[in-house]
Design a protein around this ligand. Sequence first.
Ligand code: GLC
Ligand code: CA
Length: 592
Amino acid sequence: MRLKASLAAFLLCLASLAATAQDKRPDQLVNGYEPKWWKEAVVYQIYPRSFQDSNGDGIGDLPGITQHLDYLQSLGVNVIWLSPHFDSPNADNGYDIRDYRKVMTEFGTMADFDTLLAGIKQRHMRLIIDLVVNHTSDEHQWFVMSRSSKTNPYRDFYIWRPGKVAPDGTRLPPNNYPSYFSGSAWQYDAPTKEYYLHYFAVKQPDLNWANPRVREEVFSLMRFWLDKGVSGFRMDVIPLISKPTGLPDLTPEQLKNPSATFANGPQLTEYLQQMNREVLSHYDDMTVGEAIGTTVAQTPSLVDDRRHELNMIFNFDAVRIGRAGGEGPRGAWTLPQLKAIYDAHATLLGKHDWDTVFLSNHDNPRLVSAFGDDSAAFRAPSAKLLETMILTLRGTPFLYQGDELGMTNYPFKSLADYNDIAVKNAYKARVETGQITPDVFFAATARISRDNARTPMQWDNSPEAGFTSGTHPWLAVNPNYPQINAAAEARDPDSVLTYTRRLIALRAHTPAFVYGDYQDLDPWHPHVFAYTRTLGPDTCLVIENFSSETIPYTLPNNLKAAHELLSNYPAAPEENTPTLHLQPWESRIYKQ
Ligand code: GLC
Ligand code: CA
């Protein structure tokens, strides 16, 4: 790998040093965009359970994250998104919250949180936290009271309905909504003989956002964390908070993709605008909604800055490419299909909108295993290529812990290897009922399971990859840690980690990658992704070979590749030429 480190080469690619949020007056636009710190940021997601265990109990914790802040700073990321750190019985690893103002005991104390936040700020980074308010834990005090009687003042904090009765007298749920974690989305509750709604696990009852007291409680807990100094929120399944009017049965057609009906309900705009007015607009914060069930075309209705709702959303078209109905096993996908998704984003999101770029998180398989080639020969170059794409496409990039090392999927063998409730419930619902064989189930699950992303961070080649000093990590460490770990990669000038650091540094000095226009030069090429980012007189050209073959590639439109800034291969640069000889999974960035 080479980085033309000479200052002159860097300066060439700088659109204008002044084009950063810090030194812009708010009324000055950059290429039509209002400059904002969160548009210029690189975000790094931490799944605290799997990042670093500091006390040997096998569970990652907040002091563990604090130990690695220098590592994160040296990576060059600006914002850390922390997956839920709140008190929780962990039915869904913290996405089931029992107390929004308390730190999960296994993760530490509020003092540990304050230390972490102070350490992040000292290093000129920011922290955003996970706002999980479509549902709570069934152990949250609100639900404990809500389920206790029909007249309890908290009854209306959740969504209760009487069941139906079948002709033969059998009790049936109020409608046919399925849960994301298998089975019905309704749970019968004996004390009051009614059903409550839970889109996710039985232990995750959905809050009733139609109740203004629920909204006030949520706004108040948001202020609690913002006043502590966090810089915003990643909002869990936020388009689901407004439920379909009257909760009618889904039609057979709607049942094929329930999210499309569950998401973006009739009151969503009202709720988000109230949240923005009463909370968000009073802070210098950033928000990113997990926009399950939301199309690219619907995105502006959540993020257009004239609407005063959210700053950005995650759209799942790219990360879930090839998965039937959004949730099924990953099928075949082609590069032109992926390019068409990014093209749709570029076409449908305008200067008042802002996009995100990500291809992995704690709910998806590992970046390199899902989109690259994790075989020994091509793991490193394909991981570098994917990082290149994420950091140079249009939108704020989100990296997931371990992808900067090129961590891979885990070699799952049996049900016992999994922790995720989604897998356990699906096994019961599909295999134990005889719908599919264990072989079919495990073949698909091993590739797409969320647990692939949740195995512990691989820090070094000591036992358990340095994740824990104990012998029982909560989820097994990937056996490839002696080869793939942060310590080894930090010493290796050709590692995925070293490359990612250089790439982030290049992006930090290249406003064209933030505010520049995007153009796909060759949408139909089956293996090469070639695009430009242009800001004023400055154009950067990015070329990526999405294949394990060597490809001679001639640029379209009489274009020549000019000055090479970065490549993921250690070869002499090819410059001022229309034809490039691309190695397997080679990616290059040129200044035109
Ligand atoms: C989101 C989270 C996921 C969780 C679900 C329910 O999709 O990312 O991890 O299981 O919401 O909270
Ligand atoms: Ca611990």
